[in-house]
Write a protein that binds this ligand. Structure first.
Ligand SMILES: Cc1ncc(COP(=O)(O)O)c(C=O)c1O
Length: 183
């Protein structure tokens, strides 16, 4: 039987050039990057170079890049981070009905802690209706968490979604007291 591997989103064979850099790094920069001594500094240098490179790739600043061990840690970090830093009495999250358990489990946990969570339906191609999203956003919305599952079309979705969110934020700016701004 011929097998075809279709789970590259979850894990993929490493590119030889990446394996080469990693192997060399483990040889020559094995120190703890948080240690200020001679062994830590080269490791820190490499981490910061990687951070700057990833930031350039994503079009953001290096300070916005946080390296984690994987998807579950990253999702928990982002969702719980937004909940616990919010000064709103009931921070509101929006997501879809088809997210990975690494998103749904922390959201269910936060709902038990007092968060409001809106689960938007999706169509046959897995996409939400942007009008549903527009209607779902409230002044308490702190985060919209939507899985990106593929190329091109979903890039459009990403900018569309952030566009909708920021327009709503700007619309309400100045119109009401925003507890988030007090932080
Ligand atoms: C969309 C999505 N989110 C989160 C995860 C969890 O990632 P990890 O296994 O790195 O914790 C996966 C894993 O396949 C995933 O596909």
């Amino acid at each position: 039987m011929r097998r075809i591997y279709l789970d590259h989103n979850a894990s993929t064979p490493i590119a030889p050039e990446v394996a080469a850099v990693m192997s060399e790094t483990m040889d020559v920069a094995y120190g703890n990057p948080s240690s200020g001594h001679w062994a830590g500094s080269p490791a820190r240098e490499r981490v910061e170079t990687a951070r700057a490179q990833v930031a350039t790739l994503l079009g953001c600043t290096p300070g916005e890049i946080v390296f984690t061990s994987g998807g579950s840690e990253a999702n928990n970090f982002a969702l719980k981070g937004m909940f616990y830093r919010s000064r709103r009495s009931r921070p509101h999250f929006i997501t879809t009905a088809v997210e990975h358990p690494a998103t749904t489990a922390p959201l269910r946990f936060l709902a038990r802690q007092g968060a409001a969570v809106t689960w938007l339906p999706v169509d046959g191609t897995g996409r939400m209706d942007p009008d549903d999203l527009r209607r779902a956003i409230t002044p308490d919305t702190v985060l919209i968490s939507v899985m990106r599952g593929g190329p091109r079309g979903l890039d459009r979705d990403r900018s569309l979604l952030s566009g909708i969110f920021w327009r709503r934020v700007l619309e309400r700016e100045g119109a009401e007291d925003d507890p988030e701004k007090a932080t």
